[in-house]
Design a binder for this molecule. Structure first.
Ligand code: ADP
Ligand code: MG
Length: 405
């Protein structure tokens, strides 16, 4: 700990707190209807909980009651088991990171000064603020040299990253994020989402994340609370549960008709039982392969040519098989090759784009581990008993890094 500084109440916590809503209620003014009515919800420490629902259903109100920028009318919210009512509101706001869509950077302060707003209030020295700011800029994927610029000199996406850095400055136990990427164009939004998930894998904060976009909810959430007017939670579940077993018609409508396809975004290729193709090597007698293809339990009716390390080279055609031995150059191109860790949705897209019925699946070393077919995927989509492995959001695959799809 640096010496010569006032002992602050904001030392790194290196941790996260659970958040428990206990019958939390908010009425604005003397309104008959509560904006949030008797909300009870348990958010485990270190998870991303997404509040999703139509505009006006009470998401922002529910979130802001946590840091008491909106005061509850009844009920309670516990952060790490302690009532937010029992804490000094100003201190609470310093302990809880807050990221909003409008970013809210001060235009006449540099990026470093913006990030250092709370530490400055706490009497941190300039050097310490600079160091922490540079560290956080790097953490959110920005060049620390941007610290001397002003907000207007940054793009919207860069400003939003600064907003995230600022929320993390005092190592909060809880982060509140209200439609944080809502004003960013789709390509940059996807990048910011991916970056935030990578960041979360490192910092493991408890995050309350508000969005009205179900796709964003499915991507970002470890758990999702689907809300309707009055802050009523219609279902609180993991993304996979929500997609496979919507609790009622409201949730089903909200999740959308394409929920089967959305499920594919939660799976890796290795989550499904792959098929086997007869493997062929150069110079092998084709009679052996024809015998395998005639077997009653053959799954893929084309032999896959592999090298001596089982790396796929191409598919053998009827013509290849008419020759006595397997040729060096197969008749049919290899087509898409999938990694067993690929997201199933991306794998299907690759196959459809390549016009391929079958695709070789390889391990990290490039060796064939099986074959994926469009048929396997469609069988999976219609099977209600389909197994979906649950991955926390931060461990869920996100598609190729740096891809801008
Ligand atoms: N400051 C306020 N004063 C009065 N009514 C408000 C205020 N803020 C929100 N409301 C009302 O509370 C309800 C929930 O709003 P909000 O929490 O902003 O929903 P969401 O974030 O889901 O769009 C809405 O009916 C909204 O009009
Ligand atoms: Mg809102």
């Amino acid at each position: 700990m640096p010496t010569g500084e006032a002992a602050t109440d904001i030392q790194p916590h290196s941790g996260a707190s659970s958040v428990s809503y206990v019958g939390a209620t908010k009425r604005y003014g003397d309104s008959e209807l509560a904006a949030v009515d008797d909300l009870t919800l348990e958010v485990p420490a270190g998870e991303i909980c997404v509040l999703v629902g139509p505009s006006g259903c009470g998401k922002t109100t529910a979130m802001r009651m946590v840091n008491r920028t909106v005061e509850m009318s009844a009920g309670d919210i516990l952060v790490g088991g302690e009532s937010v009512r029992s804490k000094d509101a100003a201190q609470l706001r310093r302990e809880i990171g807050y990221v909003i869509q409008q970013i809210g950077l001060f235009p006449h302060r540099t990026i470093t000064e913006n990030i250092g707003t709370v530490p400055q209030l706490l009497g941190w020295k300039r050097d310490r603020i600079r160091a922490r700011s540079a560290e956080l800029l790097a953490l959110v994927g920005l060049d620390p040299d941007l610290g001397d610029r002003y907000p207007a000199q940054l793009s919207g996406g860069q400003q939003q990253r600064v907003g995230v850095a600022r929320a993390l400055v005092a190592d909060p136990l809880v982060m509140l994020m209200d439609e944080p990427f809502g004003a960013i164009d789709p390509i940059n939004r996807e990048r910011l989402q991916n970056e935030f998930l990578r960041l979360q894998a490192q910092v493991r904060k408890t995050v309350l994340f508000v969005t009205h976009d179900i796709d964003e909810a499915i991507k970002m959430g470890d758990r999702i609370a689907v809300m309707r007017e009055g802050g009523r939670v219609e279902q609180y579940a993991t993304p996979a549960e929500l997609l496979m077993a919507p609790a009622n018609e409201f949730v089903e409508d909200f999740v959308g008709a394409d929920r089967a396809l959305k499920r594919l975004a939660l799976m890796r290729v290795s989550d499904i039982d792959l098929w086997e193709a007869p493997l062929a090597t150069v110079g092998q007698p084709t009679a052996e392969l024809r015998a395998k293809l005639d077997a009653p339990d053959v799954e893929v009716p084309y032999p896959l040519l592999v090298d001596d390390q089982r790396r796929p080279l191409g598919w053998l055609s009827e013509r290849d098989l008419a020759a006595p031995t397997v040729p060096e150059r197969p008749d049919s191109p290899l087509g898409p090759v999938l990694d067993r860790d690929d997201v199933m949705r991306d794998a299907l897209a690759d196959m459809l784009q390549g016009g391929a019925q079958y695709a070789a699946v390889t391990d990290a070393g490039g060796a064939v581990v099986g074959v994926l077919s469009v048929e396997i995927i469609s069988e999976f989509l219609v099977s209600s008993a389909a197994k979906v492995d649950e991955h926390p959001a931060v461990e869920r695959p996100l598609g190729a890094e740096g891809s801008d799809d």
